[in-house]
Design a protein around this ligand. Structure first.
Ligand SMILES: Nc1ncnc2c1ncn2[C@@H]1O[C@H](COP(=O)(O)OP(=O)(O)OP(=O)(O)O)[C@@H](O)[C@H]1O
Ligand SMILES: [Mg+2]
Length: 530
């Protein structure tokens, strides 16, 4: 691991990194920053939550002169939320240097974006659809772009953005640097790379398995109709700080978040059919902790970095191994620990094993949490809250009455009554979810097993072959909608337990801004929200 000072970055960029609290570079940053600074094209792959954004962001910001007043860098992301989050991180990194960056995504009023573009940002972070819209309106010109980053390139392909990306890149001068990043690199990514990258250097930090080691993975075999009960017991037993629950379809997400609310959980849903305002709100509430359960489709699977996400629950089994890897990667980020639970119906068990094979990672089989475990979990949380109040001495105004009560009643009984009140009884409402079809095991190509390389990076012969999406309803329920979504004002931030892993994630306390929603990103860059 290096300190950032060793890369030969501008002092103002270094200062911003220090401000963010990054003390050492992560392994992918170690490898990718020098390559990016050399001007070469690059394919960068590393596990979820290992700092790929800064790996491309830092060299990008370092190389743009402050005097520049044209769009010289373009970053593309598959979803709106990700565009906003990346713009926020870029904004923070350029805080002292004072470059201007702007997120451009569907769902936000275009006039507002046009006005913001008049301030001459040097860096645009956008979703392909809306970018094209601006290009067609001539409100964005790409003739001066010198660096292009495709974040989550494989997902953009999967979402059918290939043509859009082609049209966009045709307008970018050949003389440019192109960087492509993702945690997963299915073989078809080579097609994109061949077309758009020039002799790219492959930079990857993939140890044995593609999922981050900090994530504990388990599954529960459960019938479709028992899933909700299983979920509510699991939530009680585990009492996550923040949890993301993935459902297969928009309807599922709507029903599930409503059902959770009815049962008294503080949950809300996110999917591509919500208005941008709604999406904004949900993300903001989740980031600042005013809801602690986010129910989402795969629209939230990629790239989102919300600190404090301790649990990911796959209420429905994901369609493919990549989706699994990215979904569970919303936890266990920046060296923190996380837990991933996956529900699988008996008929889907083959598909689960298929995912295990491709990710080269076993999930441990767990029984359905019992009612007793659920109750115990809830009581534990109550006890922790009580102890916290005791330790912080926050209850002195209750002392006089407490003494009186203790004179009359048994102390254990009193405390038990307090705990009962605090824990709250579960609201007894019947929940009926529309059942989802089980996922059928995907047709496997014979070369997958013989080749055995998860997320083959070397082209040819790997999982998914070169052929892009397989047809026939595979990924049918996915709703990553092309126009992306909007969450204004950034607020992502992830502190890591400093030095928790000795793996390059040290982050000093000053630099942490955990779960504090930020306003307009940072002073240097401007973001779209004002
Ligand atoms: N050198 C560093 N030290 C400490 N924390 C870091 C460092 N670099 C990045 N981080 C933090 O780690 C978290 C994850 O980073 P990032 O979102 O870039 O991950 P990623 O590799 O892009 O993951 P994904 O594959 O899910 O998109 C962020 O909160 C980021 O601020
Ligand atoms: Mg990322």
């Amino acid at each position: 691991m290096k300190t950032f000072a060793e890369f030969g970055l501008e002092p103002k960029v270094l200062q911003a990194i220090t401000e963010l609290g990054f003390e050492e570079s992560t392994p992918i940053q170690d490898k990718a920053i020098p390559v990016a600074m050399s001007g070469k094209d690059m394919i960068g792959q590393a596990q979820t939550g290992t700092g790929k954004t800064a790996a491309f962001g830092i060299p990008l910001i370092n190389k743009i002169p402050v005097t520049e007043d044209r769009i010289v860098a373009l970053i593309m992301t598959p979803t709106r939320e990700l565009a906003i989050q990346v713009a926020d991180e870029i904004g923070k990194l350029t805080r002292f240097k004072g470059l201007r960056s702007l997120p451009i995504y569907g769902g936000q009023e275009i006039g507002r974006q046009i006005r913001a573009l008049k301030k001459r940002p040097q860096i645009i972070i956008g979703t392909p659809g809306r970018l094209l819209d601006h290009i067609n309106r001539k409100t964005i010109k790409l003739e001066d772009v010198k660096t292009v980053v495709l974040d989550e390139a494989d997902e953009m392909l999967d979402m059918g953005f290939m043509e859009d990306i082609q049209s966009i890149l045709k307008l970018v001068p050949e003389e440019r640097q192109t960087l492509l990043f993702s945690a997963t690199m299915p073989a078809n990514i080579q097609k994109l790379a061949q077309q758009f990258l020039k002799e790219p250097e492959q930079v990857s930090v993939i140890p044995k398995q593609v999922t981050a080691p900090s994530i504990e993975q388990a599954y529960i075999e459960v019938h479709e109709r028992q899933k909700f009960e299983a979920l509510s017991r699991l939530l009680d037993m585990e009492s996550p700080e923040l949890a993301i629950i993935f459902g297969r379809t928009k309807r599922r997400v709507d029903e599930l978040s409503e059902a959770l609310q009815k049962r008294g959980y503080s949950a809300d849903g996110l999917h591509g059919d919500l208005s941008q305002n709604q999406r904004d709100n949900v993300m903001r509430k989740f980031r600042d902790g005013s809801i602690d359960v986010l129910v989402a489709t795969d629209v939230a699977a990629r790239g989102l970095d919300v600190s404090g996400v301790t649990h990911v629950i796959n209420f429905d089994l994901p369609q493919d191994p990549e989706s699994y890897v990215h979904r569970i990667g919303r936890t266990g980020r920046a060296g923190k620990e996380g837990k991933a639970w996956t529900f699988v119906s008996p008929r889907e068990i083959d598909h689960l094993h298929f995912i295990e094979r491709i990710t080269r990672q076993r999930m441990s089989r767990k029984p359905l949490p019992s009612i007793a475990e659920a109750i115990e979990g809830k009581q534990r949380v109550t006890a922790e809250r009580i102890i916290e109040i005791v330790q912080n001495e926050e209850s002195s105004e209750y002392k006089a009455l407490s003494i009186q009560l203790l004179e009359q009643y048994d102390s254990v009984q009193l405390l038990a009554a307090c705990m009962k009140m605090l824990t709250g009884e579960k609201k007894d409402v019947t929940i009926e979810l529309t059942p989802e079809e089980p996922i059928r095991a995907k047709k496997r190509r014979p070369d997958i097993r013989s080749n055995g390389r998860p997320f083959n990076r070397s082209g040819g012969g790997g999982y998914r072959g070169g052929g892009g999406r397989s047809g026939g309803g595979y990924r049918g329920g996915n709703d990553n909608n092309r126009s992306g979504g909007g969450y204004r004002g950034g607020g992502r931030s992830g502190g890591s337990g400093s030095g928790s892993s000795g793996y390059g994630y040290k982050r000093s306390e000053e630099g942490r801004s955990d779960r504090r929603p930020r306003g307009s990103g940072s002073s240097g860059g401007y973001s779209n929200n004002e």
